[in-house]
Design a protein around this ligand. Structure first.
Ligand code: SF4
Length: 515
């Protein structure tokens, strides 16, 4: 038997470490039992952690257990080989699992993220080895272009186009950067991917390096993700030792070295020009674009920046082909998307779904609906740059362009569900406070505008504002959006604008008459 214990950050925080230890003790005492207790990454249903899964030996499918405590480990261990322990059983045929399609999370919750051999046994690094020994960089580039993959960090820029720009540059030095500075409130997709399957991201980076002609790369990751950092460091060491990273990969002439740079907690460092400044040891502030990083990036060399999820798709695209990937999702948004489901929803956690899925399916089926008999009010996508979508948009397909036309964005994948008790003015105020605090202060519209907008939202929320204040808020939204230097300021008004678009009555109800 193989017993897997989720040891990603969320299950660890609910006590998975003690569960793992308990099961290991039982296995130790039962040395002839042939039970292998294995720590694995995120299984997805974080709200029901600690999660344990037992492979299908007697049963047709794997058996999953939820809310496991150290006291349960004796019963759970004793049940191995017999009937599943019903009192802890978490059905795996529920829509939460059944409606997902896993590419990026394929190994998540199955392999031990700290064991390279586990990743290799699951087919890992085969795409890289095949690419460097049998394919040309142009072949790799062609597959990525063919896949239609768009950047998963939020912008949705076609990955193949970005890769081609860097690949075409005659400059001798180029860089690859993996942006793991995930900072949206409620978002934890990149953290989970790095904690659960770090080699997948490294393999994606190496394939990118091969395709564009770069030999040096950085993972820029926030220091607040200690477990992901630790696993990443271990993974780089293991892959280098095995000749899968570093010099002369698979005995070819291709060299690819990856270093880690820790972010110091500034949200704006997720913006690519600020991120590069930070890597170079400069103050993490954005600069105007153009020049774009693909033309002039790190130390003025062409630089490819992709986020964790984008890169994690690459090994599968190379393995199964761009056409296969293109066949998933919709015409303009291909493949799958990982979302972090949070807020007032029964099943919160990490999910991967095909693009084009209806929001309603995510909220009502996969998410299990709103708990405590309350009504759905809105779903917030895209973090501080995104917006809130009401009930009438629940049947909208999840695609880059449809979300944008409805006043939100795909963003990196944070999805916060709100019920009838949420005040949309408070939601807008919360996100504005976030942007105000995180503004780097380089340009006036954002530095001063976010403070002013937050003050007005405060006044409205407290019932002290008049119509003139609301008019001023709307005017400021337009100005800040149009004149800020980087994405943080340009999108800071989005939560206000989308809540005004769909929930204006909540603002109006709080206004007091002009005196
Ligand atoms: Fe800094 Fe805001 Fe200006 Fe961006 S928009 S450069 S975060 S002040």
């Amino acid at each position: 038997h193989c017993v897997r214990v989720c040891m990603a950050a969320s299950c660890q925080s609910s006590g998975a470490g003690a569960v793992l230890e308990g099961l290991r003790q039982h296995a130790k005492q039962d040395a002839d039992g042939g039970v292998h207790v294995k720590p694995v990454g995120c299984m997805g249903l974080c709200s029901a952690g600690p999660l344990v899964s037992v492979d299908a030996t007697e049963t047709k499918t794997d058996v999953m257990y939820k809310d496991v405590t150290p006291d349960d480990t004796g019963d759970l261990y004793a049940s191995l080989g017999g009937a599943p322990l019903e009192r802890l059983r978490c059905p795996t045929d529920i829509p939460f699992f059944a409606c997902q399609q896993r590419i990026v999370l394929k190994n998540s919750g199955i392999i031990d993220p700290e064991h390279l051999d586990d990743y290799i046994a699951a087919g890992g690094y085969s795409s890289l080895v095949r690419a460097v020994t049998e394919l040309t960089p142009a072949d790799v580039l062609r597959e990525v272009k063919q896949s239609g993959l768009r950047g998963r960090g939020g912008g949705g820029y076609p990955a193949g186009l970005k890769w081609s720009t860097v690949a075409m540059s005659p400059e001798p030095h180029k860089f690859v950067i993996c942006n793991a500075d995930e900072g949206d409130p409620g978002a934890f997709m990149d953290r989970a991917v790095l904690e659960s399957d770090p080699h997948r991201v490294l393999e994606g980076m190496a394939l990118a390096g091969y395709a564009i002609g770069a030999e040096h790369a950085y993972v820029y990751i926030r220091a607040e993700y200690p477990l992901a950092v630790e696993r990443l460091k271990k993974a780089i060491k293991q892959a280098t030792k095995k000749g899968l990273l570093g010099r002369r990969i698979s005995d070819t002439t291709f060299n690819f070295e990856i270093e880690i740079r820790l972010g110091a907690g500034a949200f704006v460092c997720g913006e690519e020009t600020a991120l590069m400044a930070s890597i170079q040891g400069l103050r993490g502030q954005p600069r105007p674009r153009p020049p774009y990083p693909a033309e002039e990036g790190l130390w003025e060399c062409p630089t490819l920046i992709n986020n964790v999820e984008t890169l994690a798709n690459i090994p599968s695209i190379l393995d199964r082909g761009g056409d296969w990937f293109k066949g998933i999702g919709t015409e303009t948004s291909t493949g799958t998307k990982v979302f972090a489901l949070a807020g007032r929803i029964a099943n919160s956690g990490l999910i991967e779904v095909p693009m084009g899925i209806r929001l309603r399916e995510i909220v009502e089926q996969i998410g299990g609906g709103i708990p405590d008999g309350r009504r759905f009010k809105a779903v917030q996508t895209g973090g501080p740059s995104g917006g809130c979508l009401p009930e009438q948009h629940l049947d909208m397909p999840v695609e880059y362009d449809t979300l944008r036309s409805a006043g939100s964005i795909m963003g990196s994948g944070g999805m916060i569900v709100m019920d009838e008790t949420s005040s949309m003015v408070d939601v807008a105020r919360y996100f504005m406070e976030f942007c105000m605090t995180e503004s780097c202060g380089k340009c006036v519209p954002c530095r001063a505008g976010t403070v002013q907008m937050h003050g007005l939202l405060d006044k409205i929320a407290e019932g002290l504002a008049t119509q003139a204040d609301l008019d001023l808020l709307e005017e400021l939204c337009d100005v800040v959006q149009a004149t800020s230097l980087c994405g943080l300021g340009q999108t800071a008004p989005n939560p206000v604008l989308s809540t005004l678009r769909y929930f204006r009555h909540e603002y109006d109800e709080k206004l007091r008459p002009e005196s």
